[in-house]
Design a protein around this ligand. Structure first.
Ligand SMILES: [Zn+2]
Ligand SMILES: [Zn+2]
Length: 435
């Protein structure tokens, strides 16, 4: 319990929560200060209500912010497995958590855990938005947005009145000339208005995305899986794959109830009558199998530093073409074997294949094992059509093998094979040819 509290508190020590809390503090101070000159509470009931609203919005924002950060998204227990052994074949295995991925859960590399109904990792709360904190996150956005709009109106009104101060006095409206603009409070107003404009736009966009996700009961990641499911069926019409029915959309009222009055456990979910609890995970396994079929194997020929802008090791041109994503960059050593799944002209995205020996040292290895690296650091290894089919996963995967898609044992066989292959027949290793 004590360790959990320490972990929860540690989430605050990050640029996201620190920046958000600091900005909230500055803006709230500015709003209260300007409001005290513009419409001080006490002169009328409306002024008291206006003042109370500022505090309700501030309290609501901070309470839901802290709650969504402290409660967290809900993590799948380490080494988790389904109750029935036969159900393991429908699930992916997470080597990091050493357990199966429950339906709707995904591994977050920043939280380093499998997250229940993972929506996205939010840097502002320094954790994921998922099963147990999505409601608090939405309330936080609502309070944040309404508080920012309200604060913006107060600051603008106060500044206008401050600018008109001489005019008000000249026309006998001295009781309204209460706002004194100084260099400090004017600077605070300009800064706060800038922050408010940014936060309003960001919170409207986030709120829209969250509400869309809640009403459809489909997280951003699931949305992507559904798109890939449609793509798979359009790309291979001859295979006659059964149409995919997304199983969790039970109508907007039930979907809303699931998030805001949740009674589930974050692992088992109600589904549509024609689906079962593994409909989505089976589709994910099939998509992984397709991805393996498209995977190409590369061998490192020049070390890659893993730097984001490798200007000294790779030169200016490669550094100017860096992929515009926050995926990690990986460091490579000569002879590392990489499974490449995304290809750009100057950069490749893949996963370093880990041998049994390296597996023991994996915890000591610095940096990610999956990410981008400069394409000139590796060459593609080509082989004859039969072995290519085997290596690329073209061979049908047996049902009992599907759960072990990420298993290191399978990788080890390929690593050994590729090392022998590239040593024995160098002619078959060719320079990278970009598509
Ligand atoms: Zn995991
Ligand atoms: Zn996360």
């Amino acid at each position: 319990m004590c360790i959990k509290l320490k972990d929860d508190l540690r989430r605050f020590i990050h640029w996201g929560p620190i920046t958000l809390l600091t900005l909230t503090l500055i803006v709230t101070w500015t709003v209260i200060h300007m409001n005290s000159m513009w419409w001080a509470p006490g002169s009328s009931l409306e002024s008291v209500l206006n003042y109370a609203l500022i505090w309700i919005q501030t309290f609501g924002t901070l309470y839901n912010f802290i709650r969504s950060l402290m409660v967290g998204p809900g993590f799948v227990p380490l080494k988790w497995h389904p109750q029935l052994t036969k159900d393991k074949m429908f699930l992916q295995f997470c080597t990091r958590c050493n357990g199966y991925k429950a339906p709707r859960s995904h591994h977050c590399r920043r939280c380093n855990r499998c997250v229940m109904k993972m929506d996205h990792h939010c840097p502002w709360i320094n954790t994921c938005v998922g099963w147990s904190n999505q409601d608090s996150f939405v309330y936080f956005l609502l309070f944040f947005m309404s508080g920012s709009i309200h604060g913006g109106i107060i600051i603008v009104s106060a500044v206008i009145r401050g600018i008109k101060k001489r005019w008000l006095i000249r026309y006998g409206l001295r009781h309204m000339a209460t706002v004194h603009l100084t260099q400090t409070n004017l600077l605070a107003c300009v800064f706060s208005l800038g922050v408010i404009m940014g936060t309003v736009l960001a919170s409207i966009k986030l709120l829209y995305m969250q509400m869309k996700s809640i009403l459809k009961n489909q997280t951003e990641i699931e949305n992507w899986i559904v798109k890939k499911a449609a793509f798979r069926r359009n790309a291979y019409p001859r295979k006659g794959i059964k149409p995919f029915v997304y199983p969790y959309n039970l109508g907007w009222k039930t979907n809303m109830r699931e998030v805001f009055f949740s009674t589930g456990d974050g692992i088992s979910w109600p589904v549509l009558p024609d689906c079962n609890e593994y409909s989505l995970t089976c589709e994910q396994l099939q998509q992984k199998k397709d991805k393996r079929a498209r995977t190409r194997v590369f061998r490192c020929i020049r070390p890659a530093t893993g730097h984001w802008v490798p200007i000294f090791s790779q030169g200016l041109w490669v550094s100017l073409q860096i992929p515009c994503t926050d995926d990690p960059r990986i460091a490579l050593k000569p002879d590392d074997i990489i499974h490449v799944t995304r290809i750009q002209e100057y950069w490749l995205y893949g996963e370093i294949m880990i041998s049994e020996k390296q597996k023991e040292k994996i915890r000591a290895r610095k940096g990610a094992i999956r990410g981008w690296f400069p394409s000139c650091c590796a060459i593609e290894i080509c082989e004859d059509s039969d072995s290519e089919n085997d290596l690329a996963g073209g061979e049908p995967v047996k049902e009992q093998d599907t759960a072990a898609i990420e298993s290191v044992e399978t990788d080890q066989e390929i690593i050994d094979f590729m090392r022998d292959f590239s040593c024995n027949d160098g002619k078959k290793a060719k320079r990278l040819h970009i598509e």
